[in-house]
Ligand binder design. Sequence first.
Ligand SMILES: Cc1ncc(COP(=O)(O)O)c(C=O)c1O
Length: 429
Amino acid sequence: MAGTFEHEATSVLKSNGKVFDLAAVAKEPVPPVVASDGSIVENEREIVLGRNVHTTCLSITEPEVDDESTGDKEAFMAGVLARYRKTLIERTKHHLGYPYNLDFDYGALAQLQHFSINNLGDPFIESNYGVHSRQFEVGVLDWLACLWEIEKDEYWGYITNCGTEGNLHGILVGREVFPDGILYASQESHYSVFKAARMYRMECVKIRTLVTGEIDCADFKAKLLPNKDKPAIINVNMGTTVKGAVDDLDLVIQTLEECGFSHDRFYIHCDGALFGLMMPFVKCAPKVSFKKPIGSVSVSGHKFVGCPMPCGVQLTRIKHINALSKNVEYLASRDATIMGSRNGHAPIFLWYTLNRKGYKGFQKEVQKCLRNAHYLKDRFREEGISAMLNELSSTVVFERPLDEEFVRRWQLACERNMAHVIVMPNVTI
Ligand SMILES: Cc1ncc(COP(=O)(O)O)c(C=O)c1O
């Protein structure tokens, strides 16, 4: 989607004691590193890593013989857990950098924590393990199928462990449909897309991005034309990780068509991990719909929706999944997922939220996030801090704070000279 960065004079500032040009930083392509054999390898920028957890880890202590009678061990563990709970409360209050909605109340589901709920196998075919939640899972999938405009008997999908698993699955389906296909992805795509290419040993072509972070279709065209003999598998971003940019799906399709790719020569996976469940509720946002020639869509469930454990959803066309799946006698179900055992609690949390909030509830929350993101961008600028915000996005990009302690306190995600705040429903003014 053609987003606009609001590059006003304020995007070049003297702050933090230095001249900082956020627009220029955002525009800078990540410089490629050329290996001795001439191939392009990942850039080895110096990256600030977090603290080593070994210095603070909680070691396992073997029980003493009389622990059960004295209750010492129980008391020790209760103390550890109480302190940990306090940390969680404090860390939850000071979180701005990752797209997790931390505002939820799932008290009604506490009664289910005593069960080992596992949806191993295909969501649509029961396995012999009876402690499952497929009835909730398929309910959630049907709701999303309706949102993304595909008939119940034409889709297949499942609740994944996270957005990454959705990407791994979507790209795998693409590769199964086109075993000799080339994977195209913008250079600002999430690292899981490039991980998929490495895992599946696929040829992968990186496409440049515009200053907004969205895929540059002129470069896409230039890279498609010399490869017209091979099918194309394309990752389209519904919200990039750092800038929240939305790729223009219609322009991607148009570019493919202009380069001579008929609909049976390409497969599009839409990575909606970040913004896929916000876009349908944004007025004027481009539509992700299976009425368009796309192959799959994936989203994360712990982001905007606010599931308290990592999860996601992957949906594809049923016609694609048959080649990928196998009946497994041991399960009495079908194996078409990336993982074996699958979290059976996550579908219930998603089902609960979708029931409580519904379309209207999500729409209200999205509007609040976008309003607050604009407010934050304006406040940054008023304070002389360069900031930018993509149209349709709640990711406010600003200059990376020099104080690493500040970055840690607010749990900011940083890349090069940029940091961002992702305004989720729990981020208030
Ligand atoms: C665009 C995009 N795709 C995929 C992912 C991976 O999602 P997850 O963290 O749920 O694995 C992210 C995570 O932030 C993302 O921003």
